[in-house]
Design a binder for this molecule. Sequence first.
Ligand SMILES: C=Cc1c(C(=O)O)[nH]c(=O)[nH]c1=O
Length: 310
Amino acid sequence: MDLSSKIQNVKFENLFLNASGIHCQTKEELDDLMNNSYSGGMVTKSATSNHRFGNPLPRYHSLPSGSINSMGLPNEGFDFYLDYVTRTEQKKPIILSVAGMSKEEDLELLHQIQDSDYQGLTELNLSCPNVIGKPQMAYDFQGSDIMLNEIFKFFKKPLGIKLPPYFDLVHFDKIASILNQYPLSHVNTINSIGNGMWVDIESEKVVLKPKGGFGGIGGAMALPTALANVRALRQRLNSSIDIIGTGGVTTGRDAFAHILCGANMVSIGTQVYEEGLGAFERITSELKEIMNSKGYHSLDDFRGKLKTIE
Ligand SMILES: C=Cc1c(C(=O)O)[nH]c(=O)[nH]c1=O
C-alpha cells in the first residue's frame, strides 16, 4: 500500500500533514511533528516578522463537530522558523508558512526567504481571518493578482498559497484564472471558514473573547466546504499546480474524499488538536483499510476520479 505523494518534486512518504497553526508553533511542537512517523510532512505556524502573543484568551473553543478559533497569529517570529527549517535535521519535508501583517511585510518575508539558504517549500498565507483590521487578502482578487505579480518578479523558489474558502462558482473561476498566471508549487485549500460565531446558551454569551466572539470554523463541519473547494480548484487550476486539501478531516473516509476530489496531500487541523498526534496513525490505517477494500494500491489509483451523476 503506497500512501506517498508529492508537491512538485518534493516527495512525502505519506500524504498527511498538520494544518498550519496546529501543533507547530514552538520548537517542542515542531520536534514532535518531525518525530511523528505517521505524518509525511509538516507545516510551520504562519510566521510574522516579529514574535506575536496573538489575541486575548479565550481564543479557541471546541464545538460539537469542530472548532472555532481567533488565535490572532501567535508565533515565535520569522527568524525562529527560518532557522528551524534550515538547521533542523529533516526527517520529513517541512513547509515554511508566512503571513505578514501587510503586503509590504509579506514581500519582505519572501525576500528574506529568497536570499536565504532555505530550498524547501514556502506557503504564503493569504487567508488568516483573525487578525483584527487585516482583511483576508485572497478575497481581494485584484489585490492578490497585483501581489503575486510583484512576488514572482523576485521569488524563484517553490511557493504555494493558503486560500480561504470560496462559496460562489464565479469566485472559483476568478481566483483560478489569477493563480493560473503564476508558477505556483501548490495551493492549500481551505483555511478555516472565517468569522463564524458560537453561542453558549446557559451564559447567553459568545465563547471567544477577541472580535466580540467571531472566529474561524474548522473541523468536521467544514468538510463539505473543504471538499467543494478542493474539487472546484482541481477542475480549474493548471495541472502543474498541486493541491493540499485541508478542512474537516476526522477519519480515513474524509481523507479518501479529499483525494477523490483531487488533493495531492491532506492536512489535518482540529482533529489533531483534539485527539493528539495519534490521529495521524488512526486516520492513516483507516485510509489504508478503505483503499484495500476497493483494490487501490496508491493514491494515483483514485485521485481526482470523483464521479458525477449522469
Ligand atoms: C495565520 C492565522 C490563522 C489563524 C490565527 O492565528 O488566528 N487561525 C486560522 O484559523 N487560520 C489562520 O490562517
